[in-house]
Design a binder for this molecule. Structure first.
Ligand SMILES: CC(C)(COP(=O)(O)OP(=O)(O)OC[C@H]1O[C@@H](n2cnc3c(N)ncnc32)[C@H](O)[C@@H]1OP(=O)(O)O)[C@@H](O)C(=O)NCCC(=O)NCCS
Length: 306
C-alpha cells in the first residue's frame, strides 16, 4: 500500500468516478484510521472482500494509550454533535465497554495542519493531534459466526453546509471498516426515514430483520442485515440499477411507511409470523425522499401464499 495515491497509479473506471465525486479520497491529506486495541487488530486486513479503493496506509491509534486521549476526545466531539440533535450521543462508557474493548473502530482523519478553516470551525478546540478524525464507524463481532453489528456511523458532513461536504465520507467510512475487517455479514440499526439508510442499503442486499423495536430507545428503528458484497458498493456512485436484485427478489404489493408506526408494527408482525424475509431496494431508497414509503421485496423462490 502506498501512503498516497500517486499520479501514475492506474485507476479503474469506477475509481475514476469516485475520484470525480469524492476527490478527498485521493488527495493524500485524508487517510483512513484504525483505532483498536492491539489484541483486536485484524489479521490479513482487506483480504476477504475484494476491493482496490483503499490504497492508503491507515493511521493506527491504540485507544488504550494515554497519549491518544485527544484523538478520542475529537471522536466524542464529532459523534456528540452528529447524534446530539436525535438525543442519541454515545455515553463514554458505551464507547469504552461496547466498542473499544470488544470491537473495531475506524474512520477517516485529516492531517490537522491541512484542515481548512470551515472544518476547523466546527471541530473541538484546540486541535493538538497530528491527525483529526472526520468520521467514525464502529463494528462489534456478534455470537452469530461471521456476523458483526454496525454500532455507530457518523461523519462531519452532518455538521457542514451541503456545498462544503466531503461527498461519500460516511459511505466510505463504513465501506473501509467492512473491507478492512473482512466482515462477512453485517447487521445494524437505524431509524426509519434516516439518511443513513441510503448508505446501509449499498453494502449487500438489505434484509429487514426487524421493523419496529420498542426495546430500543427509539421504537421506530429498523434492524437490518446484509451479506457483504463489494460487487454492490460501486452503485452508490454509479446509481446503476441492480438487475441481480430484481432477478432474485420480486416486489410485493406491501410497503413500509417511515411516517407510520402502524406500518412498522404490521411489517414486524409479518416478519414474526414467518412471512418474510423482506428486502429493500437500494436503488429505490436512493431515488426516493427520506419519508417516502418503500416497496417490500421478497425472494422469488418463495411461493406467494407462504
Ligand atoms: C448519516 C451520515 C452518517 C451520512 O454520512 P454523510 O457523510 O453525510 O453521507 P455521504 O456523503 O456518505 O452520502 C451522501 C448521500 O447521503 C445523503 N444524505 C446525507 N445526509 C442527508 C440528509 N440529512 N438528508 C438527506 N440525504 C442525506 C446525500 O444526499 C447523499 O445522497 P445522494 O448521493 O443521493 O445525494 C451523516 O449524515 C451523520 O453523521 N448523520 C448523523 C448521525 C447519524 O444519523 N448516523 C447514522 C446512524 S445509523
Amino acid at each position: 500500500m502506498s501512503a498516497k495515491i500517486e499520479s501514475g497509479d492506474v485507476l479503474s473506471s469506477v475509481e475514476n468516478l469516485i475520484k470525480e465525486k469524492s476527490p478527498w479520497l485521493f488527495g493524500g491529506d485524508i487517510l483512513p484510521f484504525v483505532y483498536v486495541r492491539p489484541e483486536n487488530q485484524i489479521s490479513n486486513p482487506g483480504t476477504r472482500n475484494k476491493l482496490s479503493w483503499f490504497r492508503q496506509t491507515p493511521v493506527y491509534k491504540n485507544p488504550l494509550r494515554l497519549e491518544e486521549l485527544e484523538f478520542a476526545e475529537n471522536l466524542y466531539y464529532i459523534e456528540g454533535k452528529a447524534f446530539g440533535p436525535a438525543n442519541m450521543a454515545m455515553p463514554r462508557w458505551v464507547f469504552y465497554d461496547c466498542a473499544v474493548i470488544p470491537g473495531f473502530v475506524a474512520g477517516f482523519c485529516m492531517r490537522t495542519s491541512a484542515l481548512p478553516a470551515n472544518v476547523r470551525q466546527v471541530m473541538r478546540q484546540p486541535l493538538v493531534c497530528e491527525y483529526t478524525p472526520l468520521s467514525l464507524f464502529i463494528i462489534i463481532p456478534t455470537m452469530h459466526k461471521g456476523e458483526w453489528v454496525a454500532h455507530n456511523l457518523c461523519s462531519i458532513n452532518s455538521l457542514l453546509p451541503r456545498a462544503e461536504r466531503y461527498y461519500g465520507l460516511g459511505f466510505l467510512s463504513k465501506a473501509f471498516g467492512l473491507w478492512y475487517a473482512n466482515v462477512e455479514e453485517c447487521s445494524g440499526m437505524t431509524q426509519w426515514g434516516s439518511p443513513a439508510l441510503k448508505l446501509h442499503s449499498h453494502y449487500g442486499h438489505l434484509e429487514v430483520m426487524g421493523a419496529y423495536a420498542p426495546v430500543h430507545s427509539h421504537a421506530n428503528t429498523i434492524t437490518y442485515r446484509v451479506k457483504v458484497d463489494t460487487g454492490q458498493w460501486e452503485r452508490f456512485f454509479t446509481r446503476e440499477r441492480d438487475y441481480a436484485f430484481l432477478e432474485q427478489y420480486g416486489a410485493t404489493t406491501d410497503i413500509i411507511d417511515p411516517r407510520s408506526e402502524e406500518s412498522m408494527k404490521t411489517l414486524q408482525k409479518r416478519i414474526q409470523d414467518g412471512k418474510g424475509p423482506f428486502f429493500l431496494s437500494a436503488h429505490e431508497i436512493a431515488e426516493k425522499k427520506l419519508q417516502d414509503p418503500l416497496t417490500l421485496y421478497r425472494s422469488k423462490t418463495r411461493s406467494i401464499d407462504e
